[in-house]
Write a new protein. Structure first.
Length: 284
């Protein structure tokens, strides 16, 4: 893996309401968009061979796919709903640090995964949401995830959006590539994205998700390129959906702490989330 230099920086003090702003975006106004964006962010990590091999070697994604997917999403939404300094947020951060401690993950890999949560949902919203994010909303997004990264000891995150995005793009250019592990991960998780698409698109969710992958991501994942008709139809329907939502009232929050999921039909407690025991993986 090629390492990308990141400037050593100290982050400026975030605005006091940055978590409230991001929470409103992620759980209410752009709740549906954020769910798809965060899922696509996770898929994007499969395009980095070292990360794909680690994810495949743990067995969590391929052997306990539904639990792994639910746990990841619930942990992220607990952080978004409460903030990383709330008791529930601190419990999630402690669990994430415990889980990741056993793996040989480089600083660049940690920084890259953090960047996917910042940039990939934002790009989705700007393209398919009911409107583009405003500057203060982008700042709130950046400050929220940078604080999560700080608490997880992610080092040397550039101290501006533009600086971080430049580093992020360079990392992808240097490190994207295909590995058999990515194919195993895609095969195991392909059906999970279907429930995130608007109802009208769910029957074509496999083709829709393939159509929305960037060409370099699709190539790295070994996913065939959908036909031009599929690509145009999917993107057109998503843009129409965004326009329609522009004139609708914001829906209720998309997340309720302790909510039932497919894997947790009776609801969950935070201590239920994550692998137990944590299984080490071979160095990639």
């Amino acid at each position: 893996m090629t390492s990308q230099a990141a400037p050593r920086t100290g982050h400026p003090h975030p605005p006091a309401d940055h978590h409230a702003v991001y929470r409103q975006l992620a759980l209410r106004e752009f709740g549906a968009d954020m769910r798809i964006g965060l899922n696509l962010a996770f898929y994007r990590t499969f395009a980095v061979p070292a990360i794909a091999r680690l994810l495949a070697d743990t067995g969590e994604m391929t052997e306990r796919t539904r639990k792994r997917a639910d746990d990841t999403g619930l942990m992220m939404y607990e952080l978004i709903a409460h903030g990383p300094h709330h008791p529930r947020g601190r419990q999630v951060i402690a669990s994430l640090n415990r889980i990741h401690r056993v793996y040989d993950i480089t600083p660049d890999e940690y920084r890259y995964v953090l960047g996917t949560f910042v940039f990939i949902p934002t790009r989705w919203i700007d393209r398919y949401g009911p409107r583009r994010l405003r500057p203060h909303e982008r700042d709130a997004t950046w400050h929220f995830w940078c604080e999560v990264g700080r608490l997880m000891n992610v080092r040397d995150v550039p101290d501006t959006w533009d600086g971080f995005e430049q580093w992020f793009n360079a990392f992808e250019q240097a490190n994207f590539g295909h590995d058999d592990a990515a194919t195993r991960l895609i095969d195991a998780t392909r059906d999970l994205l279907a429930t995130r698409f608007p109802q009208a698109l769910r029957r074509w969710a496999g083709a829709a998700s393939d159509a929305l992958l960037d060409e370099d991501v699709r190539r790295a994942l070994g996913v065939p390129r959908p036909g031009i008709g599929v690509r145009v139809a999917v993107r057109g329907l998503l843009r129409i959906d965004g326009l329609v939502r522009r004139f609708k009232a914001a829906p209720p929050d998309v997340f309720t702490p302790g909510q039932a999921t497919r894997h947790y039909p009776g609801g969950y407690a935070i201590e239920d989330l994550g692998p137990d025991p944590v299984r080490p993986a071979a160095r990639r």
